[in-house]
Design a protein around this ligand. Structure first.
Ligand code: DGT
Ligand code: MG
Ligand code: MG
Ligand code: MG
Ligand code: MG
Length: 267
């Protein structure tokens, strides 16, 4: 095809290629979900249907992208781990993050209409997501990344559970906030138990631990130079593998060392 005289403008485009041979974590997060949760009257502190929408969207994204080995999410966010040898979009960052953000947004809106049909989405506040990609060079960092997100889930859930118990018992939001200022985890657990008879340990695992999707695939450590046939075989194996849903602890080593994909990660 002949080039037009205007084609030179393409040279102004900048490409950012994610570092080769590193794990890529893409995290998506709902935009302004504080406001969105008020607009659609989410249950407090946790709306189980909204969480189901988020989880369904994340699972569908994972199915559509076989290079995702693991996903972890809570609240309005999800983190996806892509395998080290992933060549999706030639590792072009903008293509990757914009695709993740738009795909999760589409799936989220689709599942919303299925799961929450009694609250149709209004154009004044539609759910949308941002996305970022971070490269991590080794498995230890990957473990700590996901541990960081689960600890965050735990801290937020304990706070929110205590906060909304106080508010539902008659405190204003300001009073509840003041009461929790400077409290430790143990103080919040004590407030929950003494004032509301709630044993935090008995709260649903999905709220305390978030949701983990694991691709149960057991190929050996990735070698750098796969032949075309080996690469195709691997892609097929990834595509056909089952995905399991868990609400378990991912902070302890046990989770990591007992997963089939650990062989890939520890390399
Ligand atoms: P952002 O991400 O900077 O655009 O702003 P937000 O407002 O999305 O803030 P973020 O992502 O730090 O926090 C998530 C918000 O979503 C937080 O205010 C609580 C709300 N949210 C998420 N899930 C639920 C839920 O199940 N129930 C209720 N009531 N609120 C939720
Ligand atoms: Mg935020
Ligand atoms: Mg958000
Ligand atoms: Mg968030
Ligand atoms: Mg095009």
């Amino acid at each position: 095809m002949a080039k037009s005289r205007y084609e030179y403008v393409k040279k102004f485009e900048q490409e950012s290629i994610l570092l080769p041979e590193t794990y890529i974590v893409v995290r998506v997060d709902g935009r302004g979900f504080h406001k969105l949760s008020e607009r659609y009257e989410f249950e407090k502190p946790n709306d189980s249907r909204a969480l189901e929408v988020m989880n369904s969207a994340a699972l569908q994204l994972m199915k559509a992208m076989p290079d995702i080995l693991l996903a972890y999410g809570d609240s309005d966010e999800y983190s996806f781990l892509l395998r080290k040898g992933c060549e999706l979009f030639e590792r072009r960052e903008f293509k990757l993050v914009s695709t993740f953000a738009s795909t999760i947004t589409s799936y989220y809106q689709f599942y919303w209409s299925q799961i929450i049909p009694d609250k149709p989405l209004g154009v004044d506040r539609l759910p949308t997501f941002d996305a970022r990609a971070v490269c991590y060079p080794n498995a230890e960092l990957i473990k700590d990344y996901f541990r960081w997100r689960q600890v965050d889930c735990h801290i937020n859930n304990l706070y929110n559970t205590t906060f909304w118990s106080l508010v539902k018992s008659g405190l204003t939001t300001q009073e509840a906030e003041n009461k929790l200022l400077g409290t430790l985890s143990s103080d919040k657990q004590e407030i929950l138990f003494k004032e509301f008879g709630i044993n935090y340990n008995n709260e649903p695992e999905i709220y305390k631990k978030g949701t983990v999707f694991v691709r149960e695939v057991d190929f050996e450590a990735e070698t750098t130079d796969l032949s075309k046939r080996q690469a195709q075989r691997l892609q097929k194996k990834l595509t056909k593998s089952e995905i399991h849903k868990l609400h378990c602890d991912i902070i302890k080593d046990e989770f990591w060392e007992t997963r089939p994909f650990w062989g890939i990660l520890k390399a």
